[in-house]
Design a protein around this ligand. Structure first.
Ligand code: ADP
Length: 250
């Protein structure tokens, strides 16, 4: 029963590049339904950690488990994606020549459980799922627009919607509000707060105002030099002397 356990366990993960430890004995657990923010200065190891979780980079040592059954260090990137870890990179990669609706439909049909019906008409249940996702990502009424014509922020939301259509069990978001306007950033915080408790999500983000908005009820992990420097509520980590030192470079 994984519903009360963790969805992700990283135990003593180290990643060395020619002897340099980008990740150094990292320990991190994500609970089912949690919205966890990961912050840390440039070079802290945030990207390398996400690369380990998605199988892009192999840990030099340590163990990484997804749910109870998946040993991530023994799986390929493809296997990990199909086991249910979805990652959104910083730059949106929507299908620009297709409509918003088609993007969501394609994302849903790329799920291997649905793929045999690639050319079948949508069921009413599938249409309802797309409609619900359109509302969630603030693009209802825009479903017939070409994705290439959306604003940067709307493309980011569409890509989050595409991830959701594939029903991943763990969602990794890499700087989801990079390049967004203040209004788009605020709406993205609302969107993620709506997902809280329904999905397990890890967000790596530099924008502290945004992190404060989405971390109000959750935990923040501060990475520094490849390991966890501090973890807790946003007000706790912000008041932590070690965190202040790292951010102010004292
Ligand atoms: P962040 O995402 O927190 O900015 P990264 O994970 O990108 O940090 O990088 C952590 C450290 O590891 C940095 O010092 C970076 O230069 C180094 N690093 C990352 N990837 C490689 C690589 N492929 N080869 C050598 N060093 C790397």
């Amino acid at each position: 029963d994984t519903t009360h356990g963790a969805i992700l366990y990283l135990n003593d993960i180290t990643v060395s590049f020619d002897g340099f430890r980008a990740i150094n004995k990292l320990n991190l657990d994500i609970s089912v339904g949690e919205l966890r923010c990961i912050i840390g200065p440039n070079g802290a190891g945030k990207t390398t950690m996400m690369d380990v979780i998605t199988g892009k980079t192999r840990p030099t040592s340590g163990t990484a488990f997804f749910g109870q059954n998946y040993d991530l260090a023994s799986m390929t990137e493809y296997e990990i994606a199909h086991a249910g870890i979805g990652r959104k990179f910083q730059r949106p990669t929507v299908f620009e020549q297709h409509t918003v609706f088609e993007n969501l439909e394609l994302a849903m049909k790329m799920d291997k459980r649905v793929r045999p019906t690639l050319f079948a008409r949508l069921t009413s249940e599938q249409e309802d799922r797309i409609a619900a996702t359109l509302r969630l990502i603030r693009l209802n009424g825009q479903e017939d627009r070409l994705a290439g014509l959306l604003s940067h922020g709307q493309k980011q939301w569409l890509e989050i919607g595409m991830l959701l259509m594939q029903e991943p069990q763990l969602i990794l978001l890499d700087e989801p509000v990079a390049g967004m306007s203040d209004a788009e950033t605020a709406r993205t915080a609302e969107l993620l707060n709506e997902l809280r408790g329904k999905h397990s999500i890890m967000v790596v983000e530099h924008d502290m105002g945004f992190v404060t908005e989405i971390a109000q009820q959750g935990k923040v992990t501060v990475l520094h030099e490849g390991s966890v420097l501090a973890e807790g509520r946003m007000d706790q980590v912000q008041a932590d002397e070690r965190v202040i030192d790292v951010y102010l470079g004292r």
